[in-house]
Design a protein around this ligand. Structure first.
Ligand code: AMP
Ligand code: MG
Length: 440
């Protein structure tokens, strides 16, 4: 690698930085062409939330394993309750009780009932369960009456309140298929099959390197002229949210040594994200170091914020390559660019289909202006008005350095590339950053 980096330095013509203008979609397509689905691993079930299942799940037994009661009540022979009502109850002898987790210790005899709890196996010969509510259970208990008999107040239907064996899942059935995204329901199903782990596509590790002499790490003492490194944290949070494993590598100074050292540590990740130092006017160290470690292309993406974007690959010592996404330094630009490109890359590596972020059509309370033919992503708060229609209100200063207006936003309202303005009262598509009930 050292040799290679040296070579690159001697051949500056290889540093081709010609900024190309790309649409968001073109930039995304190019970026995604560098990624592959990651290998399969076995993961603790709870940790597999949001991962893609990498095997078919076939049941090797019935669920439930035995016919069992859907209610707390009395297991009976339905025919023994013929004609029963509150006015004309049928009295049955109680011969025992079966709780959930127990097996009945005797079959049901005609003319008798067995007390049974929800989930408990139904005794042999019983074909219905009469819930406590349809017996004199409560009165009997309140009056301290004998528990050796019970009065049934209803004519039970055969199979009433009995859950059949295999009613949920039958032995041999393919319950989940490879490729499914694991949500709470799927995770529950896997647990019900008796597994504590799942075979899933591995989560990508995303190394995050912040560059800039002006940066301090949160937790450090404030210093005049310096700002705290917020990008690493907002990016790490998005990595986590989209299913990746963030690895914050701290701050690289604008020197060859510092950045080289930071990148060394980043190389074993599945994606390296840097922030800042790649826009046109920037001090060349970042670009030089990055190109000496692999390849880098600087693009102009037709979007606002986040026009400058770098993308390339870094060479690992073993000859393999790791994709590198170079986000702009401005905090909102970094976030908006990661939403558009980082999110898709993580989804691809996790084996998930590329899907647009969820969006709504909202009536704008404020205009969105587009000065220069770039797609504008305006920070807005989406809400429902009295008529139930979605409306979107600007969250304030839209400068790419104003992170507070990002924190107030639940969506990014879009003014398309070719439209000069969406006026107040007009409808815009809003890509939702989150939904009101999706706070986690
Ligand atoms: P640059 O891309 O280096 O020109 O940076 C653009 C702006 O983003 C400057 O105001 C930087 O101070 C700011 N910036 C760069 N990196 C970070 C970071 N990690 N956290 C917060 N702000 C940053
Ligand atoms: Mg800088």
């Amino acid at each position: 690698m050292a040799k290679k980096s040296h070579e690159h330095h001697d051949r500056p013509h290889r540093h081709h930085y010609d900024a190309e203008m790309l649409s968001v979609e073109e930039a995304r397509e190019r970026i995604l062409s560098y990624f592959e689905v990651l290998p399969v691993e076995s993961t603790d079930l709870v940790d597999s939330l949001g991962q893609v299942l990498a095997e078919d799940m076939v049941a090797s037994f019935d669920i439930p394993p035995l016919a069992n009661s859907a209610m707390d009540g009395y297991a009976v022979l339905a025919s023994d309750t013929r004609g029963a009502s509150t006015d004309a109850p049928v009295e049955l002898v109680v011969t025992g009780v079966v709780a959930a987790g127990q097996l009945p210790d005797h079959p049901l005899e005609p003319g008798t009932a067995i007390r049974i709890m929800t989930g408990a196996p139904v005794p042999e010969n019983a074909d219905a369960v009469v819930p406590f509510e349809d017996t004199d259970e409560l009165e009997r208990r309140a009056s301290g009456g004998s528990s050796e008999a019970i009065a049934i107040h209803l004519h039970a239907e055969p199979h009433g309140n009995v859950r059949g064996a295999g009613e949920d899942i039958e032995s041999g059935e393919t319950v989940l298929e490879s490729g499914q995204i694991l949500r709470a329901g799927e995770i529950g199903v896997i647990a019900s099959l008796g597994h504590s782990t799942a075979k899933v596509i591995r989560r990508p590790v995303v190394a995050i390197v912040s560059t800039g002499d002006e940066l301090l790490q949160p937790g450090d003492e404030p210093e005049p002229g310096k700002i705290f490194n917020s990008n690493a944290f907002s990016i790490a949070a998005m990595v986590k949210r989209y299913g990746g494993v963030p690895k914050i590598l701290g701050i690289a100074k604008d020197t060859i040594e510092s950045l080289t050292a930071a990148l060394e540590e980043a190389l074993d990740a599945d994606l390296v994200v840097t922030s800042a130092g790649v826009s046109k006017g920037d001090y060349d160290v970042v670009k030089d170091v990055l190109s000496s470690k692999g390849e880098i292309a600087l693009w102009s993406v037709r979007m606002r914020p986040a026009k400058p974007l770098a993308f390339g690959v870094l060479d690992r010592k073993d000859g393999t390559k790791v994709p590198h996404l170079g986000l702009p330094g401005n905090p909102v630009s970094a976030m908006v660019a990661f939403e558009q490109f980082g999110r898709s890359a993580i989804r691809l590596m996790m084996g998930k289909p590329e899907v647009e972020k969820p969006s709504v059509e909202a009536i704008m309370d404020d205009p969105i202006r587009n000065h220069d033919g770039r797609r504008v992503y305006a920070r807005v708060q989406v809400y429902k008005d009295e008529s139930g229609a979605y409306r979107a209100k600007s969250t304030g200063n839209q400068s790419s350095g104003v992170l507070s207006s990002m924190s107030l936003a639940n969506g990014l309202a879009i003014c398309p590339d070719h439209i000069g303005m969406i006026d107040a009262g007009e409808i815009a598509k809003v890509e939702m950053l989150d939904w009101p009930d999706d706070i986690f």
